[in-house]
Each structure stands twice: as C-alpha cells, then as structure tokens.
Ligand binder design. Sequence first.
Ligand code: NDP
Length: 454
Amino acid sequence: MAIQTTNPATNQVVCSFEEMTDLAVDAAVAQATTAFDAWKTTTHAHRATLLHQVADLLRAQQEPLARLITLEMGKLLAQAKGEINLSADIFDYYAEHGAEFLADKPLHPDHGSALVRPSPVGVLLGVEPWNFPFYQVARFAAPNLMIGNVVLVKHASSVPQCGIALERLLQEAGAPVGLYTNLLLAGARATALVSDARIKGVSLTGSEAAGASVAAAAGQHLKKSVLELGGSDAFIILEDADLDQAVRWAVVGRINNNGECCVAAKRFIAVEAVADEFLAKFKTKLSQLKVGDPMDPATELGPLSSEGAAAELASQVQRAVAAGAQVLLGGHRLPGPGAFMEPTILAGLAPDNPAYREELFGPVAAFYRVPDEAAAIALANDSPFGLGGSVFTQDVARGQRVADQLDTGMVFINHPTWTQPDLPFGGTKGSGYGRELAALGIEEFVNKKLIRVS
Ligand code: NDP
C-alpha cells in the first residue's frame, strides 16, 4: 500500500511519502535504544511533565490536527475534535496517575521482606490503524512513556500526516531525541521489524490478519504482544428496554466514526416483543441521516476511510444478499466521487451467511429477532469476536446477569461500547488479548521485578 494522503470524500490523492529505507529504520531503532538508556533513569515526575505538555499541545492545536484527521480518513470534523480532546485526556490521565500505578508493591512473605517494583522493558513497537489516528496512538504511547519505555510507531499508510504531526508534537513538547519515533513503513515491514533484538514488545490495533502476522513474529522471538483486533459487538434490546433510548444509542453505536469502530454496535438483537417497534424506529432514524462532506458541520455520516474500504463493504453486502439476506434499508454505494455508502440494514442472516460472522466496518447494521433473553445471549456469543457488547433493559440487575454470560472483554448496560481513559479496553476470542487504558493498560509492558531482602 502506498504511503499517501487520499481524501476519501473526493478520492483525490493529496500527497505521497517515500517509505524509509532499511538503513533509516536501523538508525531509528538505534536512536530509540540510546534514548531508553537515559529515559529509564528519569523520575515519574519528569515523565509526567512531558505527558502534560503533550496534552496541552494537543488541545492548543485541536483545530488543525482535527482537520488533518478528517482529510486523511473522513471522520466528521466534530468527532475528530473530540478525538484530539480524548487523546489529550489520556496523556493527562497517565501523567496524573502513573506514579501511583507504578509505585512499589510491598509483599509480606513468610521469610524476609520483599517488594515488586514495576520497571520498564525497553523499546516497543506500536502498529496503529487509521480509524482513530491520534487516540489509538495515545493509548499506546502515554502509558508506555510513563513507565519509562520508548516507542516506535508504525502508523497506517493512509494517515501519514497524522503520524508525522504526532511525532512533531512530541518533539515540541520536549521529548528527547529517539523517545518517540514515527516510522514511515508498509505493514509487512513492521512484522519483519519485530525480530529486531533491540525491540522488546509489540502492540497492534487492526485486522486479524495483521495481528496474527505480528503476534507470530513476536512469539517466534519470545516477545510480548498486545492485540486489539476487530469486533462485532452485539447490541441486545430486551422487552423491558426504554426503546427510545435504545434506538438513539443504536444509531450512535452504529454510525459513530462513520461506522468504522472496532467497538461499534454491529449486530442488533431484539427480542420478539419489541423487535418490530425497535426496527421501525431504527430504520427511520438511519434513513434520515444527512450523508456528505465530513468537514461540513451539518453532515451526520461521512465517507468510509478509503475507496478500498467502501468497495469491500459494498461487496460484503452483495455477498450477504446472494446468500439469502434481505436489505431492509440502503445496500448500495452512493453515486459520485468519494468512498460513500448508504446507511444499510440487513436482516435474515442465517449462520451460514458470510455476513453472520464477518465484521461490517461501516454503516451497515445486521438485525436479528430472537424469542427471548437466552436466545439473544446465545446469538451474541455465536461470533468469532469477543470485544464489547451492550444490553438494554431497565432492570440493571438483569443487565448484569446478561453481562456475566457474554463472552466479551467489555459489556455496557444501556449504552453502546465506549471508551474513556479510566476504563480498561480490550477483548477476548478473535478480538485479541491484553488491555489498554486505565490501570490495567499500564501493566502490559512492565517488568514486575521482585526485590527480596533476607
Ligand atoms: P490493517 O490491519 O491492515 O491495518 C492496521 C495496521 O496494521 C496498519 O498500520 C497496517 O499498515 C498494519 N499492517 C497491515 N498488515 C500488516 C502486517 N502484515 N504486519 C504488520 N503490520 C501490518 O487494517 P486495514 O486498514 O486493512 O482494515 C481492514 C479491516 O481491519 C477493517 O475493515 C476492520 O475490520 C479491521 N480494522 C480494525 C481496527 C480496529 O480498530 N480494531 C482498525 C483498523 C482495521 P499499512 O497501513 O501500512 O498496511
């Protein structure tokens, strides 16, 4: 894939970048290794100052950075601004809580005294996706810089300017040379880089194929990996749900970020008693969405991130229909330039339909009706993915009982799966392993060193 900015609202190529040579990558890894030797000796307070400075700069440059996001991957400008604020909040969160998370943990052994001292592990590689070009990097970089690790970031080839802007911002914030390095590389070369002995771990957010490739290389070289892959979150509507609230959140859960979220609500599972009413209201709201230019504040649904992404989604819909699905709304690309897809609802997806198990990364909702709660849980769990999920009921205890039975890393009651700095994020099954954000997110690339005194 060429490393270039292509505006998905017009499909015009804006600018292209040369990939780094092997020699340049080698020099970057060497520089990062040198940076680690110094950074690991700094205090928590020193690291926190840098992280706060990054947060301040993100907020100060919110408008131009948000425009860059929208230009490169098509997110609505207001949501891009929200992403910059959220990224700043993540840097602030680890600056404020990092020292507490990383404090010595005293132990009380039978003999002697002992403690566990969280220590950095070294240079890490982050392989990041285009769907949240700042937030995804923030949740990898902020905790790891706070630990004392050093990061190399291989960003998606479709958002090179976001990657370059983040590196520049870290430099402006006062990061020493080599602390944070943006690598302009194609995906396959990131896998090859995992074998470099100077790199101690890898974190990837993206597709299962990319995750498997990176994790295989990490396993072969005995390195830790964290994977945040796709999802096909169930959105369960029980008969005692507040239906208007459920419909409102169903629309947000499906089309937030133009539908390109790993934790988007993708499978809408309504029990029979409320299925017709939910579907009618959901369909009306989706059909009223204003689709168009993501820079225009009046737009409610923008393009997909690229022509390739839109073509793939449209072909998934066609394959689903060929295998017996019904299209209840939309189903087609929109005419004219740009990677646009109509808001779409598919129904009648049998277990042998490819769309029953695939992730639909865009504004395509899969609708299912089931007899009761038990059937809703069984259907929700019949997925290769296990990222998030939500259940709508006015009985919170019932919602918690349903949550206990869902095979996912996250469950939200009366809300679509969401993210904030102080909630751990991650999945099970084909959605990957490990956690990001909150206290758990700072524990992945830490050497929990035992120190015992006799
Ligand atoms: P990819 O997994 O290809 O891209 C994510 C990142 O992985 C990019 O930086 C990419 O680099 C890199 N990458 C790709 N192949 C390899 C490899 N063999 N070794 C190491 N790194 C690699 O996702 P796509 O952009 O192709 O999107 C495809 C699908 O993946 C989506 O439709 C969605 O289902 C899922 N996805 C999920 C995301 C999530 O948030 N969990 C985010 C993005 C995608 P490069 O861009 O250079 O290829």
